[in-house]
Design a protein around this ligand. Structure first.
Ligand code: ADP
Ligand code: MG
Length: 605
């Protein structure tokens, strides 16, 4: 038997491990099971290399709870360790055995085969155990090869003794501390194994059941998978979700290693709730499902799995974001996603159009947040009009230009955000032969703002932003039949009869056949307000009340009649009635004002 001091810089590393190493104590299980998997994979590699000539037999990792002894044991049939190796790999903490192994066998194995480099993996056991035993026997067939038992109670002292064990492999026995009795519960351990070990490449047995799928879809070749395999894998990841729209299989080995499958979900209007569905793995070990900083924000709307041994796992998020591998990975994924979308668009445009309502949000989000993605997506980004016809950005410019270009040579894209509320305005625009786009998505006010900046000489105007004459100004408007004095009078009567803090009165010379009063929502203020509500723009805008214009049609016969009334009281009553009628048509008359309006109408009739 030998005793010794674990070789670390700090006098006692365990308090540090317990407190700071991982905020989540539960990850000890991930670390120990992945070490067991590593040990099994190493033996396979040695067997392929001809250095291990014995029977591989069935490599399997076992996780067992012993409630009486209060122990949790992780056993494998992998390479095991000699006393020397324990000394090197366990006692000298700073030295990672996985790294040495990979360096030695790098041409005989795929680099992802050894999980390793999670950091102080094995020692994370002391976050939950007051004492840890290792009972291990190396695969080496020699007389000196004896089974050894290592034991440590969380102080820097350990004991190492010979022991009896006939089988190759390792048992890690954790004597749990009082605070960690939760890991005696079958359900708790099963949940953890499902979270971290569900796709590990070696079978993991717990309570008599194999808990993992050793060959998940993303590690297979795309050529070996059918559409239903992708769907089945999606259901394995998200059992209760609706079917996805389509998938992208990622497979890169240069200049970094990356595999994975990303799915396009059916996006609902609430995009925040859809985030954090991508799971990040490192060589099939679950790392996190919070991939912020690793994939671009807009890609977080996708679902699925990304697996890369090249993503540094034990570092802070701010470090991750500046890591050059992470940056490359993120731009690679963006490119792949754009390629796939373009492919679907080109191969089957009707299918692409039918999915637009779901993928449109995603594409617009990407175009807004990533210039490179914008450049790629402008080829397949679609605009939909109120007739449900789709156009690419180029196609639409061509369509709108002839009729909708104003006197300043700007092509005005008219849009509606709600076909019911804005029905009258849409009809008026169509009556003039104009086309009206449908912009009802959660990001649309930001999106059209961005398009105005990117595409030359266009501007977006909502159909209710102005009177039909002024939506697209082609020449100076017609003249008024009223005199200056009459106009001033009309304006002052009107101003006395609207809540002036929200409504600005504007006189216009519309056609006598147009409505006498029209309510409009000026584009700029309204859009700023919408943008601030969904993040961006000026936040103070969000707090401001809505603004409207009350357009008085000076050429409407009713206005001349109001002016001709002998009593100013009657002028006011009539003006108020006709303005309130216009407000009512826009659902802007509520409460007491509405009651008064109805009573007055009855009285007048
Ligand atoms: P890493 O896995 O990053 O190398 P760990 O602290 O998890 O770091 O493990 C240290 C080393 O201890 C491993 O590299 C390996 O050489 C050895 N080791 C740990 N667990 C086992 C095991 N179950 N079988 C064989 N060797 C093991
Ligand atoms: Mg490890």
């Amino acid at each position: 038997m030998s005793t010794g001091k674990i070789n670390v810089q700090t006098e006692n590393i365990f308090p540090i491990i317990k407190k700071f190493l991982y905020s989540d104590h539960e990850i000890f299980l991930r670390e120990l099971v992945s070490n067991a998997v590593d040990a099994s994979q190493k033996l396979k590699t040695l067997s392929i290399a001809g250095e291990f000539k014995g029977e591989l037999s069935h490599l399997q990792v076992d996780v067992k709870i012993d409630k009486e002894a209060k122990t949790l044991t992780i056993s494998d049939k992998g390479v095991g360790m000699t006393a020397d190796e324990i000394d090197r790999y366990i006692n000298q903490i700073a030295f990672s055995g996985a790294e040495e192994f990979v360096n030695k066998y790098k041409d005989k194995m795929d680099s992802g085969a050894i999980i390793g480099h999670f950091g102080l993996g094995f020692y994370s056991a002391f976050m939950v155990a007051q004492k840890v035993e290792i009972i291990t026997r190396s695969f080496r067939e020699s007389d000196e090869n004896k089974a050894v038992r290592w034991e440590c109670d969380g102080s820097p002292e350990f004991t190492l003794t010979d022991t009896l064990r006939s089988e190759r492999g390792t048992d890690i026995i954790l004597h749990l501390n009082e605070d960690s009795m939760e890991f005696m519960e079958t359900e708790r351990v099963e949940t953890l194994l499902n979270k971290y070990c569900k796709f590990l490449p070696v079978e993991i047995q717990f309570e008599g059941k194999i808990i993992n799928n050793t060959k998940p879809a993303w590690v297979k070749k795309p050529a070996d998978l059918k559409e239903e395999d992708y769907l089945a894998f999606y259901k394995e990841l998200y059992p209760y979700s609706e079917d996805p729209l389509f998938h992208i299989h990622l497979n890169v080995d240069y200049p970094f290693n990356l595999t994975g499958i990303l799915y396009f979900p059916r996006l609902k209007k609430n995009i925040e709730a859809q985030k954090n569905k991508i799971q990040l793995y490192s060589s099939q070990v679950f790392v996190t499902d919070s991939v912020e900083g690793i994939v671009p924000d807009f890609l977080m709307l996708l679902h699925g799995v990304i697996d890369s041994p090249d993503i540094p796992l034990n570092v802070s998020r701010s470090y991750l974001q500046s890591d050059s591998n992470v940056k490359k990975i993120s731009s690679h994924i963006t490119k792949k996603v754009a390629d796939r979308l373009e492919e679907i668009f080109k191969d089957n445009r009707p299918d692409f159009e039918s999915k637009w309502d779901d993928i449109g949000v995603f594409i617009k989000y990407g175009m807004l947040s990533d210039d490179k993605f914008y450049d790629r997506a402008r080829k397949f980004c679609l605009l939909k009009n109120t007739e449900n016809t789709f156009y690419t950005l180029d196609e639409y410019k061509e369509k709108a230009a002839p009729l909708q270009t104003d006197k300043n040579n700007k092509t005005v894209y008219l849009y509606a955000s709600n076909t019911d509320d804005q029905h009258a305005y849409i009809e008026a625009a169509k009556g003039r032969g104009y086309d009206v786009l449908l912009m009802e998505g959660p990001l649309d006010s930001h999106f059209l703002n961005a398009l105005e900046m990117k595409i030359e000489n266009i501007s977006f105007v909502r159909v209710d932003a102005d009177t039909i004459e002024k939506l697209i100004v082609k020449e100076e408007s017609s003249v008024s039949i009223l005199s200056k004095e009459q106009e001033e009078m009309l304006k002052s009567i009107a101003e006395k009869n609207v809540p002036i803090e929200q409504y600005a009165v504007v006189l216009e010379n519309l056609q006598p056949s147009d409505q006498p009063v029209v309510i409009t929502r000026p584009e700029f203020m309204r859009r700023m307000k919408e943008m601030s509500a969904t993040g961006g723009g000026y936040s103070f805008m969000g707090e401001m009340k809505e603004n409207f214009n009350v357009i008085i049609n000076t050429n409407h016969p009713l206005m001349s009649k109001i002016l001709a009334e002998p009593a100013s009281e009657l002028q006011a009553i009539k003006m108020k009635q006709v303005i309130d009628l216009a407000r009512l048509s826009q659902n802007l008359l509520k409460g007491e004002e509405l009651t008064n309006f109805i009573n007055k109408s009855v009285e007048l009739l």
